[in-house]
Design a protein around this ligand. Structure first.
Ligand SMILES: Cc1cc2nc3c(=O)[nH]c(=O)nc-3n(C[C@H](O)[C@H](O)[C@H](O)COP(=O)(O)O)c2cc1C
Length: 223
């Protein structure tokens, strides 16, 4: 059990993981290893916070990781949502996997780009029918008069697509976060944590192949 909110200053968990030494593998291999370990202990290990920018500053929200490969981390959303518009204007993005149950977090900085339409089609096609309908009618991040309005639009689309495939709407699809920096954090005793950040070996801030260990240099940071 944790302390209630009015005892926040006294709330304190001790972290005591094995020491996390210099990683020898590529960022992709290490991420995959940590992900599989998180999958054993974290309810939704693919839930990740995505932070974007607009003229007023950063904003963050949770989305679900739906794929990872050597070129980056893929999630799906509405391209006309607040985050969709922000990323289309300014692709700079940060991602955080908060795996506290593992005393770990993974932090990523990179650039987001839309995935190929075929990839969005392929994932849309395997979503449940109800989620496809919701994605079609939702004008994500736009004001709506009430729940009834949303429900009426949903019901109308449900009737329209009764027994038919729902086509992927143009405004819905994937983004791939291509990383130029990825940090692995492991909690340790006395808040003296282990942090290893993979930076580009050539000192650039260009995204690189996550499976190519030679493109990255792991750097230990003070906690
Ligand atoms: C656990 C969880 C998973 C979510 N997954 C997604 C997702 O995969 N895609 C998405 O667009 N929104 C997802 N959301 C909703 C977003 O957090 C957010 O409310 C929505 O995308 C609108 O964000 P925006 O207005 O900043 O664009 C999720 C929320 C939670 C709490």
């Amino acid at each position: 059990m944790s302390e209630p909110v009015d005892r926040l200053p006294q709330t304190r968990k001790s972290y005591e993981s094995p020491v996390f030494d210099r990683p020898e593998s590529s960022p992709l291999a290490l991420f995959r290893q940590w992900y599989d370990e998180a999958a054993e202990h974290v309810r939704e290990p693919n839930a990740m916070t995505v932070s974007t920018l607009d003229e007023w500053g950063p904003s963050s929200r949770i989305v679900l990781l739906k794929g990872i490969d050597d070129s980056g981390f893929v999630f799906f959303t509405d391209y006309d949502s607040a985050k969709g518009r922000q990323l289309r204007t300014d692709p700079r993005v940060a991602v955080n996997f908060p795996w506290q149950d593992m005393e770990r977090q993974v932090r990523i900085r990179g650039l987001a780009e839309a995935v190929a339409p075929d990839d969005s089609d392929a994932y849309f096609a395997v979503r449940p029918h109800g989620s496809q309908i919701a994605a079609s009618v939702s004008k994500q991040s736009q004001p709506v008069d009430g729940r009834e309005q949303m429900q009426a639009e949903y019901d109308a689309a449900l009737a329209e697509y009764d027994g038919k495939d729902v086509p992927r709407p143009d405004h819905w699809g994937g983004f791939r976060v291509r990383a130029f920096e990825i940090e692995f954090w492991q909690g340790q005793k006395n808040r003296f944590h282990d942090r290893w950040v993979f930076r580009r070996a050539d000192g650039s801030h260009e995204p690189a192949d996550l499976a190519d260990a030679s493109a990255w240099t792991p750097v230990r940071l003070y906690p």
